[in-house]
Design a protein around this ligand. Structure first.
Ligand SMILES: [Cu+2]
Length: 123
């Protein structure tokens, strides 16, 4: 997924602002599977990505592999530098819960101005 925007135009995930009736993902996740997500940040500031329900493992930050030090539910996605987006790769286990799993920037002003969505988790 791609994070973008700023204080004047609002904040976006995959070019869209939050809608409760429509996910930025066209396909759901399946329960009891693990997905690898690449999160890029085209903005000029860091966005702390936060997801509910299941914590994740951080695999790499800007291409640098990260040692496993425990699962977490928030990771700062670095800002773009000279037009090159920041990039974080995570692996999320979708365990037990089916339904909508919310994720958003953990800066309240960014979340409130659009940088939020969800993924549907299905059987
Ligand atoms: Cu943010």
């Amino acid at each position: 997924m791609t994070l973008s925007g700023d204080d004047s135009e609002g904040f976006f995930i995959n070019g869209r602002q939050f809608r409760m009736d429509s996910s930025v993902f066209s396909t759901p996740a399946k329960v009891n599977t693990i997905e690898e997500w690449t999160i890029t940040n085209e903005a000029g500031e860091d966005h702390p990505f936060h997801i509910h329900t299941n914590s994740f493992q951080v695999m790499s930050i800007n291409g640098v592999p990260q040692p496993f030090v425990g699962r977490q539910d928030t990771i700062p996605v670095p800002h773009a530098v000279n037009g090159v987006p920041g990039k974080v790769v995570i692996r999320i286990p979708f365990s037990d819960f089916t339904g909508k799993v919310m994720f958003h920037c953990h800066i309240a002003a960014h979340e409130d101005n659009g940088m939020m969505s969800y993924i549907n988790v299905v059987d």
